[in-house]
Design a protein around this ligand. Sequence first.
Ligand code: SF4
Length: 224
Amino acid sequence: MTVKYKINELFQTIQGEGAFTGQPSIFIRLQGCPVGCSWCDTKHTWEIDPSLVISSTDLLNKKQESEHWSQLSADDMVKLFKLQNYSARHIVITGGEPCMVDLTPLCDTFESLGYSCQIETSGTFEIKTSKNCWVTVSPKVNMKGGYAILNSAMQRANEIKHPVATEQHVDDLKALLSEHNITDKPIYLQPISQKQRATELAIQTCIENNWRLSIQVHKYIGIE
Ligand code: SF4
């Protein structure tokens, strides 16, 4: 049976975060997230309202963020890439929380066509994806939804990208790395909301710990 995914957005841009910063990428944003981060900048993806289903044409024509979503298979999405003449060969699957569903069929289809895949997840759901998919875990600790960070997600991560605004966030990350015995993965600190204090804290903490800085380049250069 063909698997259909709930898609909030599909667009081509430059990846602005983590190890793939600067990489032309097709972003696929899935609808649905129960994690409940207070500073979330994609709250319009949280609810899955069946009355807000739209066509793939309306999805591509979205001019602003909305809670509308479209139901698409991997093949449907490949057709849209062609229709839009997308040139990027890297696909970023994000959300919402994309790991609420099994992403393996989606990544298998894309990879069979020569695309590379990356998923961005909060680490609170079991990660089901292809073996070669690059997994970015951005662990969301102690959020309102009450979900714990899964050890399996931390172990599967190819990179860990942690949002940071306060010392508490740094302490949370250190505790998490220690709890899951993570010693050999690239760690990125990402200042929340481009605030100066958060950025300074991230720079200082990266230098102290030999971690890397991720500054959401797309927001500084004014692209999606
Ligand atoms: S996990 Fe991501 S989409 Fe979900 S609430 Fe947190 S920041 Fe928002």
